[in-house]
Every structure is written in structure tokens, then in C-alpha cells.
Ligand binder design. Structure first.
Ligand code: SF4
Length: 222
């Protein structure tokens, strides 16, 4: 009986030591990832991109908390994550044919007097000239893109299922773009994000320069 009690306490001791060791290693790992993120932000570079991406994917909340503790605000971190994601997807995106790409534009980019009607596939631009989407959509469609103006993320989901693009560009505010990147990752679609220049629900401004430079990415071999 005494031997059994001794074995049990030894087992508990080993288990508690293993738990403490695991927690210490986990904490060290988090600190390492947060350190790499902070250094990357400071030097405007992407050190160990795969490690950082895994950190954001599996331990987003904890990494954010540590970075926040170090003085990096949440939005700045999200913008960094989007830039990191774009840089890692760039070559796959460039290698995808234009005909296999789609662009999702948020409806808030339209003029408040937009005459476009809502359809099951989003809003169809009537090219009235009241907003910048007019010539932008023309240009993108001319390149071979399927372009959607969407009032919400459910449209994106449906259009991706219907048209099966291999690569997409998501335009929107910081939160929308981040959610869009995570959604596309989950369903295995190559994705690039473009953050709007202004936030809000009406007549927002897209970063058209960034949008077009991403849209024009193509492999040097094609
Ligand atoms: S150009 Fe198109 S999207 Fe812009 S306001 Fe006119 S119809 Fe709407």
C-alpha cells in the first residue's frame, strides 16, 4: 500500500513538472514569435514569415496581447498581418491566370447616389461615372477579372462557390480584409488583401494604386 502511494505521488510529481515545463516552453515560444513580429514591424521587414504566420494563425489572441503589452496597437498589428499574408501569397497569385481570378469590392465605395441595383450576384455597376469604380471595373474586367461589388461576406462565399476562382483580391476596411483572408485560407483559395484608405459605411475610398499594382501581378514566365 505504501509502495502504491509512493508511486502515485511520483507520478503526480512527474506530471506537474511536465506541465510546468510545457507552460514555460509555450510561453517562450509566444515571446519568441511576438519578438520576431515586433522586430519585423520595427525594421519594416518580414523575418521568419512562416513562423509569424503560424503564430497569427494558431495563437492570434496571445501574440496580440504580448505585442499590445509592448505598445503595438491592434490595428497596426492587423495591417502588418495583412501585409505579411500578401507577401507570402504574392508568387502564387502572380502564377494564376487572370481568367481564374476574382475581385470583391465593398459596396461602400460607391457614390451615395449610385443607381446600381442589388442582384443575387451583388451590385451591377451601371457605369454612371459618379464614383471611381466606373473606370476601375472596366480596367479590371478588361484584364480578365471577374469583378463583384458586394454588400456583405455571404455574397463572397456564394460567388466563390459558384465561380470557383483560384485566386481573389479582397478590398475593404481592415477588419473585413483580415476576415476575408482567413476565410479564403480556410477554403484553400489564394488571396490578396487591399485595405481601404478611409473607413466608414458610405463613399469610402479604396487604395486604387495598391489594388491595381496587385491586380497586375503576373508571373514573368507567362
Ligand atoms: S459608377 Fe457604378 S458603382 Fe459607381 S455610382 Fe455609378 S453605378 Fe454605382
Amino acid at each position: 500500500m505504501v509502495i502504491e502511494t509512493n508511486s502515485l505521488s511520483q507520478l503526480l510529481l512527474v506530471l506537474s513538472e511536465a506541465t510546468i515545463l510545457f507552460l514555460v516552453l509555450f510561453l517562450l515560444f509566444i515571446v519568441c514569435i511576438a519578438g520576431v513580429v515586433l522586430l519585423s514591424i520595427k525594421h519594416d521587414k518580414f523575418y521568419f514569415p512562416r513562423l509569424m504566420r503560424a503564430g497569427f494563425k494558431f495563437m492570434d489572441g496571445v501574440v496580440r496581447s504580448v505585442c499590445k503589452f509592448a505598445g503595438v496597437e491592434d490595428n497596426k498589428l492587423t495591417v502588418f498581418f495583412i501585409r505579411l499574408h500578401n507577401s507570402m501569397s504574392e508568387s502564387d497569385f502572380a502564377n494564376t491566370d487572370f481568367k481564374d481570378r476574382a475581385i470583391f469590392l465593398p459596396h461602400c465605395l460607391r457614390s451615395s447616389q449610385c443607381p446600381a441595383n442589388l442582384t443575387p450576384e451583388g451590385l451591377f455597376c451601371k457605369h454612371c461615372g459618379k464614383c471611381e469604380l466606373d473606370h476601375t471595373i472596366d480596367e479590371l474586367e478588361g484584364m480578365g477579372y471577374k469583378v463583384f461589388i458586394v454588400p456583405g461576406s455571404t455574397f463572397i462565399n456564394r460567388m466563390v462557390k459558384k465561380y470557383l476562382p483560384r485566386a481573389i483580391i479582397g478590398v475593404g476596411c481592415i477588419r473585413e480584409v483580415k476576415d476575408g483572408l482567413e476565410f479564403a485560407d480556410k477554403i484553400g483559395v489564394i488571396v490578396m488583401g487591399v485595405i481601404n484608405k478611409t473607413d466608414g459605411c458610405v463613399e469610402t475610398l479604396a487604395d486604387l494604386q495598391e489594388l491595381m499594382s496587385i491586380a497586375m501581378l503576373r508571373s514573368p514566365h507567362t
